[in-house]
Write a protein that binds this ligand. Structure first.
Ligand code: GLU
Length: 294
């Protein structure tokens, strides 16, 4: 994919400058492991959580993530290492459950396949810009939220015709299959055409080749694409929904949900360090949201 390659080039540059600070070549040097602001819980035990029992038995954890969302969930094609805020949250949870970062298997799962991957047990939990919604709660459970953002728009830098969601009539907007933003456009924006792909980087390619007029999804995701190609792309307008990111869990594993919520609630300073080292590098200051102990 073209966008993925270009992002790779941008991030390879960032990696070179980081390498100058030491630890070059260490695959886990992308902010965690040696420098993680928490320790692996050697005495982890969680009675009554089927997911924890499985993790303990396997001695590893399988986490569903995204791989083309810079600063959130991004897989470097050269090193095959994952990085970003979602990845750091996933590692923090694993450490809380007694699993070190080198025993985490990351699995890329696109938006449309998340509920099934959790239900089928293909993954132990999911951390990837996954909005908590009542519809999804019918088939999975959510710990968190651990982050709040909102739907926004990415357009070509030289396009002055779209400045907010009020300007979308007659335009073609791209988003990911199975996502909340595509549903919102379909339900609430009559006269707007939609195009969908499995991933947002495919939408970004379609935007640059003028097959679509805008990409819509969470502002936190779009800012990553705009930052990677500031001469070609820009984010416009205010956010027009509220998206609360949760950790997707097997339905009914209340013990695990409560444990992760406790970790998030008690770990405010860890959260801040993980945020500052990833998404927060853009200079955007936000505070950790309160968890929802439903
Ligand atoms: N947060 C939205 C959702 O969960 C959009 C981002 C995504 O597709 O992961 O649908």
């Amino acid at each position: 994919m073209k966008a993925q390659k270009r992002l790779a080039a941008v991030f390879a540059l960032a990696a070179v400058s980081l390498a100058g600070c030491g630890q070059s070549g260490d695959p886990s040097s992308s902010s965690s492991s040696s420098s993680a602001p928490y320790t692996v819980n050697a005495n982890a035990s969680l009675s009554g959580s089927p997911t924890f029992d499985k993790i303990k038995k396997d001695g590893k954890v399988v986490v569903g993530v995204k791989q083309d969302q810079p600063n959130l969930g991004y897989k470097d094609p050269a090193t095959e290492q994952y990085s970003g805020f979602d990845i750091e949250i996933a590692k923090w949870i694993a450490a809380d459950l007694g699993i070190a970062a080198d025993k985490i298997e990351f699995k890329t799962i696109p938006s449309a396949n998340r509920e099934n991957a959790i239900k089928n047990g293909d993954i132990d939990y999911y951390v990837g810009t996954y909005s908590i919604t009542d519809k999804r709660k019918k088939s999975v459970d959510f710990a968190g939220p651990y982050f709040v953002t909102g739907q926004s728009l990415l357009v070509r830098k030289d396009d002055s015709s779209i400045n907010s969601d009020k300007d979308l009539k007659g335009k073609t907007v791209c988003s990911a299959t199975g996502s909340t933003p595509i549903q919102n456009i379909r339900d609430n924006y009559p006269g707007v055409s939609t195009k969908e792909f499995d991933t947002y980087s495919q939408c970004v390619d379609a935007l640059k080749s003028k097959q679509v007029d805008a990409v819509t999804t969470d502002q936190a995701i779009l800012l990553g694409y705009a930052a990677a190609e500031p001469d070609a792309l820009k984010v416009v307008g205010d956010t027009f929904t509220t998206e609360k990111y949760g950790i997707g869990l097997k339905k009914g594993d209340t013990v695990l949900r409560k444990e992760i919520n406790k970790m998030l609630t008690e770990g405010g300073s860890v959260w801040t360090k993980l945020y500052d080292g990833t998404l927060g590098k853009s200079g955007n200051k936000v505070t950790q949201p309160a968890v929802d102990n439903y």
